[in-house]
Design a protein around this ligand. Structure first.
Ligand code: NTF
Length: 789
């Protein structure tokens, strides 16, 4: 009963008795509570999966507590909040609470093993590759550094496809990751907003002023799912709010009125498809209606949420730019620019001048690519149909921009048309990148090299107009996931030798390891750790591909999305060369060969034919090599299927050498290399993206750098590139062409991409220096410098 004379708050504190405790006893009680009442299994009999669910829910309770405190704190403080808008996140599980050991102890008394339960968790693969994984690292960092940040995105029902390999060919299977529920998220049925599409725009008068009214043709409800993200060593817990589409009551009222009840229900159901599926191509998805609807759906819901939070505290919009920062993760959320303008104009009834003044202070834009074909464009017709009011707004922004530009540069129509947000031509398009640059106060690149390319090529015109807008922040990765979670043995070693765990929060402290670098005890322990991780990886390889690999071999790894510019083909041709050399050696020579296990993994975008052929070639070559007893352990080639975050956590710590070999000038940054480096793995790389800065940081003498530099590429392309290819290159391509590995007809197109003067990604001209770098790697291994001591 309620005790008279006590306030509700006092009573609440009494009942709650402070916070949930983290000692093993309390954790056990909570786990059993969830087994019994949430999972609804008997506490006397539950399996690993149910234990995993109950454990996750118990940890989630603790997260919720912290999250509430964080929100309470920031509500009082009302700081400027950072909103990170991204269509993709590749999160991975929660680690930062610092209660792993207590959980493990609690579980072991209940007869469960923490590691086994951790394996029950599938990946929430709500992203493609680098961009999505970076978003996750950034969320972790923002939480750890006590920022008042929010992430916003889409809760896809189908994550990135599962890659199945049949006869060496990639097949895609849907990843319905929610089949067994997601214990980490919190569904917020009451946090939902209507999102409108289609329809027409009418003139109206409100308070005597003319204004536009958008009469939508379809309304879909966005419902929030919250995913709390704890910082490390702080109570700060931020939120990743993902939107799911639900049919709205207002949906397609017309059909109901016409009496077609069943069809109206069926159509209503279709609304849910907006958040169904993640686009599985990280570079080219131009002009698709569903894609545009996905973008607008998550952006509109997010902005409604953000504006609501702002208006809870503020009576007008004057302070909006001091309280709200909107970070555009690539152009995918850029439609939020037009949406904010629409909200300010049509719903808040601010003037154009005032709205524009606010708008241009709140957006910052990070681009993640250098490839012109990856810059999004939306056909005007499509835009007009789906978002008629937004198109009007964009036209008006562009008109003002073109006027301003003319005043600055005069009547240079070629340049004006290059910079226009609206692309004229047979098919008129909205250039989303141009819109983002015009309306953002900052345009950010993801490495220094990327920034240089933005200034001199990709966005040259804009840089000349607004040099002060451009900057870069070189990407990073969090050691909390890529050492602490994925490599516990290395984590323990580092803490022991540094005598502190502070490096888990502050990565710069890792440099203090340098003082111990030549200590032979440290080196021995380090190699022990590597062995343990190689063992783990070798077991995985055997299960997945049936290939037995020797732990004494050098593990040489390239794992990332498959793209021509990332040049997995160069790697495979290098393996063929190595095989060819071994086959032609005398017995005595063979004794000197450094045994290698070459590991390749990654998904090809489903519609990318050449990338799929590369996967098949890898399998065909592997088939030949791995079954050649004459070569045995001297060389193995394995393809690891379905590369994802969990697989990465296993592969990266077990690697000796890793390859980042994109044609210079094509990888905006590259974050995989950083994960390998922090796990004590050397890099074989081109001077592309972030590698240029890594060279400065750790010294070229500690890496295997090869190939043409960024500024040499244009001239090389001018030359007939087939003339640049050395004989070894011609020979290995010939082997593929002539059917040495079978599938002669199927590989013809692939061979065509690197021969007959085509070789756009310059595999031929980099081949000799690639082999040299590989040879250097062998020599270092022989001298015990690469880690075989
Ligand atoms: C990637 N872009 C780039 O290709 C990487 O070089 C970079 O490290 C990451 O972004 C993170 O910035 C993409 O994934 C995308 F989607 F833009 F193609």
């Amino acid at each position: 009963g309620f005790v008279a004379g006590k306030s509700k708050t006092d009573r609440m504190f009494e009942l709650m008795d402070g916070f949930l405790k983290n000692d093993p006893d309390s954790l056990q009680k909570d786990i059993l509570h969830h087994v019994e009442y949430t999972v609804a299994r008997s506490r006397f009999s539950f399996d690993d999966f149910e234990a995993y669910q109950a454990l996750s829910l118990s940890v989630r309770d603790r997260l919720i507590e912290r999250w509430h405190d964080t929100q309470q704190y920031f509500k009082k403080k009302d700081p400027k909040r950072l909103y990170f808008l991204s269509l993709e996140f590749l999160m991975g599980n929660v680690i930062n609470l610092g209660i792993r050991d207590q959980c493990a102890e609690a579980l072991s008394q209940l007869g469960f093993e923490y590691e086994v339960l951790a394996e029950q968790e599938g990946d929430a693969a709500l992203g493609n590759g680098g961009l999505a994984r970076l978003s996750a690292c950034q969320m972790d960092s923002l939480a750890t550094l006590d920022y008042p940040a929010w992430g916003y995105g889409l809760r896809y029902q189908y994550g990135l496809f599962r890659q199945i390999i049949l006869d060496g060919f990639q097949h895609e299977q849907p990843d319905y990751w929610l089949n067994f529920g997601n214990p980490w998220e919190i569904e917020r049925v009451h946090v939902s907003y209507p999102v409108k599409f289609y329809g027409t725009v009418k003139e109206d008068t409100v308070n005597g002023k003319k204004c536009k009214v958008w009469i939508p043709g379809e309304t879909v409800e966005a419902v929030a799912y919250d995913n709390p993200i704890p910082g490390y060593g702080t109570r700060n817990t931020i939120n990743l709010r993902l939107w799911a589409a639900k049919p709205s009551d207002g949906y397609d009222i017309e059909s109901y009125n016409t009496g077609d009840y069943i069809n109206a229900i069926v159509n209503r159901q279709k609304a849910e498809t907006i958040s169904n599926v993640l686009y599985p191509d990280d570079r080219t998805y131009q002009g698709k209606e569903l894609r545009l609807k996905q973008q607008y759906f998550f952006v509109s819901a997010s902005l409604q949420d953000i504006v609501r939070r702002f208006k809870d505290v503020h009576g007008n919009f004057d302070d909006f730019p001091d309280k709200v920062a909107l970070q555009l993760n690539d152009t995918h959320p850029s439609i939020s620019i037009a949406e904010l303008m629409r909200v300010l104009l049509d719903e808040e009834h601010l003037s154009w001048k005032k709205s524009w003044h606010i708008l241009k202070q709140v957006f910052s834009f990070t681009t993640h690519t250098v490839l012109p074909e990856a810059l999004e464009k939306v056909p005007i017709d499509l835009f007009q149909n789906v978002l008629p009011r937004h198109l009007q707004i964009i036209y008006e922004i562009n008109f003002a921009f073109m006027e301003e530009l003319k005043r600055k540069i005069g009547q240079d129509y070629v340049r004006l048309s290059r910079m226009s947000i609206v692309e004229e031509g047979a098919v008129k398009n909205i250039r989303v990148a141009n819109l983002s640059i015009v309306c953002s106060h900052t345009v950010n690149g993801v490495s220094r090299a990327h920034y240089e390319l933005l200034k001199t090529r990709v966005f040259k015109d804009f840089y000349e107009l607004w040099p002060e807008k451009f900057q870069y922040k070189t990407n990073g990765v969090t050691q909390r996931r890529w050492i602490v979670v994925s490599n516990p043995s290395l984590c323990a070693l580092i803490s022991k030798w540094l005598g502190t765990e502070s490096w888990i929060r502050d990565i710069d402290i890792l440099t203090r390891l340098r003082e111990h670098a030549s200590n032979s005890d440290l080196q021995k322990e380090w190699m022990m750790v590597k062995k343990i991780n190689k063992q783990r990886l070798a077991e995985y390889i055997e299960t997945m591909s049936g290939v037995k690999v020797s732990l004494d071999a050098m593990f040489d790894v390239q794992v990332k999305r498959i793209h021509e510019y990332k040049r997995q083909l160069l790697n495979i041709l290098g393996v063929i060369h190595r095989y060819d050399c071994i086959k032609n050696m005398e017995k005595t020579e063979r004794e000197k060969v450094v045994p290698r296990v070459c590991i390749i993994g990654g998904k090809a975008p489903p519609g990318y034919e050449i990338a799929k052929k590369i996967i098949k070639l890898c399998h065909a070559v592997a088939e030949t090599i791995n079954n050649d007893d004459d070569v045995g352990d001297l060389l193995k080639l394995v393809f690891i299927p379905d590369y994802n975050v969990s697989v990465a956590e296993l592969v990266i710590p077990g690697s000796d050498l890793s390859q980042h070999i994109s044609t210079a000038g094509h990888e905006a940054s590259g974050t995989g290399s950083m994960k390998f480096l922090m796990n004590g793995c050397l890099l074989l790389a081109t001077a592309d993206g972030s590698t240029n800065e890594i060279i400065e940081e750790i010294g070229e003498e500690n890496m295997f750098i090869f190939g043409a530099k960024i500024n040499e590429i244009p001239a090389l392309r001018e030359k007939d590139s087939s003339n640049n290819a050395p004989l070894q290159f011609v020979r290995v391509v010939r082997m593929v062409r002539d059917g040495y590995f079978g599938f002669k007809d199927y590989f013809k197109l692939l061979c065509d991409t690197v021969e007959n003067g085509k070789d756009f990604y310059l595999l031929g001209s980099d081949f000799a220096s690639y082999l040299e770098a590989q040879f250097h790697g062998d020599a270092c291994w022989q001298n015990g410098m690469l880690g075989n001591t």
